[in-house]
Design a protein around this ligand. Structure first.
Ligand SMILES: NC(=O)c1ccc[n+]([C@@H]2O[C@H](COP(=O)([O-])OP(=O)(O)OC[C@H]3O[C@@H](n4cnc5c(N)ncnc54)[C@H](OP(=O)(O)O)[C@@H]3O)[C@@H](O)[C@H]2O)c1
Length: 308
């Protein structure tokens, strides 16, 4: 495993994060096996959100965690707030953020979480309210660090107008198939392809400039949860390119696909969602793969992108 120091945030955080969105379908024994396997592979960072299984992911994690024998202080626990599927709205009001964090702590059965992210933009957000909520949570010792998810630079700047804590993380979608985070600069100012469209107003460069660590969600998925491209017959070229490097380096295609994200100089973390211990072990081999500059481009092109 490789570890990164998040600027103003968790230190020696594993480059691979175990996402817990798919944990609600597991028994507590199965969930314990997932946590244990991830930890044995070097993962010390676990990602949650209040909306994963309407809180069931956090509940299952808390039921399973004591079975593993891992100490709370030896891992980082992150959760996210702001999405309310039952109400069909996103909500960053002070009251909702505070109530939501109390719910997170009680479901996870912990006194604090290491990082809290605002999950998706509340179109009605008031940065002053968010600032007051963050101050209250920090003073109460309930949250140690703050960040965002799925936010573009202007929204982060607007938050920073009032929020005094550093925003240390931006969790956004990135996989070899869903690579819009990095595509746009190739075709800047060009009318011939949709790749030139700026879909997030320069989020990648902004985060690098501001020392905000990018966490890549759904690193193996096609579209938004359409299944993985690994072994998917719709992606023959990509699977061949992944297999060639996997054979060369003695790892799985999954490891190579994740290594492609970790190879980027932005020093991102990749959040895996597998609930299969064998897939988790395969994924963690990503940190053993040394992709050359050429390998990185070869994988990018095999995923269907093209250079001008
Ligand atoms: N901030 C956001 O808006 C946001 C949105 C979505 C997700 N997330 C976070 O990102 C995490 C990861 O998302 P994700 O679960 O979509 O990530 P993912 O790792 O891209 O996908 C995991 C899925 O792919 C399958 N899979 C993995 N390796 C496979 C393999 N070798 N062969 C076949 N199937 C394989 C898994 O099945 P198995 O379980 O069988 O391995 C699982 O169903 C979530 O848990 C959550 O923490 C954040």
């Amino acid at each position: 495993m490789k570890y990164i120091d998040i600027v103003n945030g968790p230190q020696k955080a594993s480059a691979i994060i175990q996402g817990c969105m798919r944990m609600p379908s597991l028994s507590k024994e199965e969930a314990a096996k997932v946590i244990e396997t991830a930890y044995e592979c070097g993962i010390n960072f676990f990602d949650h959100a209040t909306c994963y299984g309407a809180g069931e992911a956090e509940t299952r994690f808390a039921e399973a965690f004591p079975l593993t024998g891992i100490k709370r202080e030896d891992i980082y626990i992150q959760s996210k707030t702001g999405i309310y599927p039952d109400r069909q709205e996103f909500d960053w009001t002070k009251k909702s953020i505070l109530e939501s964090v109390d719910g997170i702590l009680s479901r996870l059965k912990v006194d604090y979480i290491d990082t809290l992210l605002l999950h998706r933009p509340d179109l009605l957000f008031d940065p002053q309210e968010v600032a007051e909520a963050f101050d209250t949570l920090e003073k109460a010792g309930k949250v140690r660090g703050f960040g965002v998810s799925n936010l573009m630079p202007t929204q982060i700047e607007l938050l920073k107008k009032c929020v005094k804590q550093p925003l240390v993380i931006n969790q956004v979608q990135l996989s070899l198939e869903q690579s819009q985070l990095i595509d746009q600069p190739l075709y800047v100012n060009n009318k011939t392809t949709d790749m030139s469209l700026s879909r997030d107003c320069g989020t990648l460069d902004y985060c690098r400039l501001k020392d905000i660590t990018i966490q890549a969600w759904s690193p193996l998925q096609v579209g938004m949860f359409k299944g993985t491209f690994i072994d998917n017959p719709d992606f023959p070229e990509l699977n061949k390119a992944l297999q060639d490097i996997a054979d060369r380096d003695g790892v799985s295609k999954t490891a190579v696909a994740l290594a492609w994200i970790l190879r980027h100089p932005a020093k991102m973390q990749a959040i895996i969602g597998s609930m299969n211990p064998e897939h988790i072990k395969d994924a963690c081999d990503a940190t053993k793969v040394e992709l050359s500059h050429h390998d990185w481009y070869a994988l990018y092109l095999a995923s269907g992108k093209f250079l001008p």
